[in-house]
Structure formats: structure tokens, C-alpha cells
Design a protein around this ligand. Structure first.
Ligand code: ADP
Ligand code: MG
Length: 207
């Protein structure tokens, strides 16, 4: 097909702050549900962990708004690592830090660039936690979401939400839920569920 190549929309620091603010609102709203999921196959702290972490992220970004998308994500990631005690703090923190690092110092980035950076962030989570897709962790939602983000924000959201649901029958192979063995089947993974909230917040601010 002939014609001009389509110019991709670029998203600046403000968009990324709006994303994490929307994520903080969603985590706050869904905290009880996340904790309920974690009470079935973990230690019932996932909602509280993320609520504390994302509230701290929101406060930091408001106090000292970073100037670039990369800096927004790196700052948020550091904040999650330092405020969340559970496994999910370092994992989500690494996701955001590594994604931010991959974005470099660009003042604005396209969705395609973000998709590539997020893929690097997801790879860092896999390396840190040693989990693979299918192990019933946050990676089950994040991996297909990063892939689908190459298509659209809405596709990323759909992929994350569908994949979070698809963790229900899986056997947990990493994290606390793995201690339950076969009894971990039949429950939705809390971290895959909160990952879907994070991606849904991204699609929401992009819409
Ligand atoms: P903790 O398990 O320390 O109480 P949280 O309850 O906050 O931490 O988070 C639990 C979630 O973290 C799980 O539902 C899972 O998605 C994720 N998780 C745990 N271990 C790993 C791992 N090794 N790799 C990827 N994700 C993991
Ligand atoms: Mg827990």
C-alpha cells in the first residue's frame, strides 16, 4: 500500500504520571479483592502491600515530578522496592525500573517503544524471580500484555485480563503459592490480577 507512514502518538512524562496515579486508584479500590485472592493461596497481604507501595509512588511523583517517561518509571520502581515488603515489591519495582531504564532519557515515547521497553522490564522480572509463563505468577499476565501492547493499548489490557483469569487452573511453581502444591489450583493468582490492573490503568489513560 502506498502513502505516508503513520506517525505514532508520543507520550510524555505527564502521561506516565497519569498512568501510575490511575494504577494507585485501581489498587486502592481493589485492595480487598487482591488480599482475598492472596488469602486463598498466600499470606493475605497482597492488597495491603500494593496499596502502601502505590500510595508512596503517587506521593513521590507529586512532590518531585520527574521530567521524562523513563525517570517517572524508574522513580516509581525504586519507591515500590523500598516500600513494599512482600515479593511483589521488588518484582513490580524491577518491572518499572527496567522499563524506565529502557526508555532512556527521551522526553516522549511511542506505544511501540513502550512495548519494547516493557518487554525488557518483564524479562528482568523473570530473571529476578526465576519464573516462566505458566508458573502462576504476575508473569502470566505481564508477558502477553507486553506482547499485545505492540498492537494497541486495548489489546494489552484484554490480554492481561484474560491471562490473569487463565491462572485459575494452574499449579503454582513460584512464590508462596507454590508451597500449596496441587491445592494452589482453582484460585486466581493475586500478582497476575494486580498486573492486569496496572495494564488496565495504562489503557484507561491512553483512551
Ligand atoms: P508475598 O508472596 O511475599 O506475600 P505478595 O503477596 O505481595 O508477596 O505478592 C504475591 C505475588 O507475587 C504472587 O501472586 C505472584 O504473582 C508474585 N510472585 C511471587 N513470587 C514470584 C516470582 N518468583 N516471580 C514472579 N512473580 C512472583
Ligand atoms: Mg502475600
Amino acid at each position: 500500500m502506498a502513502g505516508e507512514p503513520e506517525t505514532e502518538t508520543e507520550y510524555g512524562a505527564e502521561f506516565f504520571r497519569a498512568w501510575l496515579t490511575a494504577a494507585a486508584v485501581a489498587v486502592d479500590r481493589e485492595a480487598d479483592r487482591l488480599t482475598e485472592l492472596d488469602s486463598a493461596i498466600g499470606d493475605a497481604d497482597h492488597g495491603a502491600n500494593l496499596k502502601r507501595g502505590f500510595a508512596a509512588v503517587g506521593a513521590t511523583l507529586e512532590k518531585e515530578p520527574p521530567a521524562t517517561p523513563g525517570a517517572v518509571l524508574a522513580t516509581a520502581g525504586r519507591q515500590l522496592i523500598s516500600t513494599v515488603g512482600g515479593a511483589s515489591g521488588p518484582l513490580f519495582g524491577t518491572l518499572l525500573r527496567r522499563t524506565g531504564k529502557a526508555l532512556g532519557e527521551a522526553p516522549a515515547v511511542s506505544r511501540t517503544t513502550l512495548a519494547e521497553a516493557l518487554t525488557a522490564g518483564v524479562a528482568a522480572v523473570a530473571q529476578l524471580g526465576g519464573a516462566q509463563v505458566g508458573d502462576k505468577t504476575m508473569l502470566d499476565a505481564l508477558t502477553p500484555a507486553a506482547e499485545a501492547l505492540r498492537t494497541s493499548f486495548a489489546a494489552a489490557r484484554e490480554a492481561a485480563e484474560a491471562s490473569a483469569l487463565s491462572t485459575v487452573p494452574l499449579l503454582a511453581r513460584k512464590g508462596r503459592a507454590s508451597y500449596l502444591g496441587e491445592r494452589s489450583r482453582g484460585h486466581q493468582d493475586p500478582g497476575a490480577t494486580s498486573s492486569a490492573l496496572l495494564i488496565a490503568a495504562l489503557a484507561e489513560v491512553a483512551a
